[in-house]
Design a protein around this ligand. Structure first.
Ligand code: PMP
Length: 300
């Protein structure tokens, strides 16, 4: 079962597009947009959470700094300060508190060659109501993860950033996993080292020790960094065999948050106390119920 199919967000009524808040109908993207044909764009996935006081966006500067790296790789003009104001403006315009925010920068139409230098850049922010895309409350269980027959694109070919075209391999891996009845696919490299899932980083727990999987081809996840800091986790390369021998496995991502793995390939795992506690701690931090790193939250 593909869980993301169960989570189809309603379209936002207002977007921020090229410097102003406008109705979604006004976005006016060309059918010949370069990004539509070649994936020449960069995006982010950001969350806003309700809290005791006002809603707050979680770790926005880190998301925009990663987006900036992707924009620089593609030679796309990018201004983090205007995206910061845009995120706040879109959340307010759509009256959203618990939301997913999607900033996107991409190349418009202007030629079907691969030289992007003459092309116009477009900048967009959308926001929509959202809960975790691998939400155990929706599925009623921990997720089922399957090793993919595909490889994550190596960093030597494509920097592990959120470049639009880079996600095609993830889509293919996800389709394969869904066909086999799994929720999510795991990329493992040709030497047997775990890279990441299609849209999440991987953690493993053994005898109470929490390890964040480290791999040069994996996205440097912001949720991963948050969990390392909250759990005092070690970072190191991990093999698939180690995963098969783990006490607990969990995935992290802005959208997925902290989600337990209940089956890995043919092996069933009982979601354990460490994952449960870390998921609860993450939930408290993102909602501002914890004193930890309040500076991670930007109130809207
Ligand atoms: N890996 C990939 C490939 C991703 O797309 C994502 C984000 N969905 C992650 C890991 C997790 O990153 P973050 O915690 O920054 O959302």
């Amino acid at each position: 079962m593909c869980l993301e199919r169960t989570c189809s967000p309603s379209p936002p009524s207002h977007l921020w597009i090229d410097g102003r808040v406008a109705s979604a109908r006004e976005a006016g993207v060309s059918p010949l947009a370069h990004a539509l044909h070649y994936g020449t764009g960069v995006f982010e996935g950001v969350r806003c959470y309700s809290g005791d006081r006002r809603p707050a966006v979680f770790r926005l500067p880190e998301h925009l700094s990663r987006m900036q790296q992707g924009a620089e790789a593609l030679a796309l003009p990018f201004d983090a300060a205007s995206f910061t104001s845009a995120v706040v403006a879109v959340l307010r315009a759509n009256h959203l508190a618990d939301a997913y925010v999607r900033p996107l920068a991409f190349f418009e139409a202007g030629g079907l060659g691969l030289d992007v230098a003459p092309l116009r850049a477009r900048h967009l922010v959308a926001a929509m109501p959202w809960t975790s895309h691998l939400d155990p409350q929706r599925t009623g269980r921990a997720i089922h993860l399957r090793t993919s027959s595909r490889r994550r694109t190596p960093a030597s070919s494509l920097p592990p950033l959120k470049l639009c075209g880079g996600y095609v391999a993830s889509v293919l891996a996800k389709l394969e996993a869904a066909r086999e009845g799994y929720d999510e696919a795991l990329f493992v490299d040709e030497h047997g080292f775990v890279c990441e899932a299609t849209g999440e980083n991987v953690f493993v727990v053994k005898r109470g020790r929490v390890v964040a999987v480290q791999h040069p081809d994996a996205l440097a996840g912001i949720t991963r960094a948050t969990l390392i800091s909250l759990a005092g986790a070690d970072e190191r390369p991990v093999t698939r065999d180690e995963l098969l021998d783990a006490d607990e496995i969990f995935l992290t991502g802005t959208s997925a948050e902290v989600v337990a793995v209940g089956r890995f390939d043919a092996r069933d795992l009982v979601p354990g106390a460490v994952t449960r506690e870390l998921a609860a701690l993450y939930d408290a931090v993102v909602h501002g119920r914890s004193e930890v790193e309040r500076s991670w939250r930007l109130e809207v």
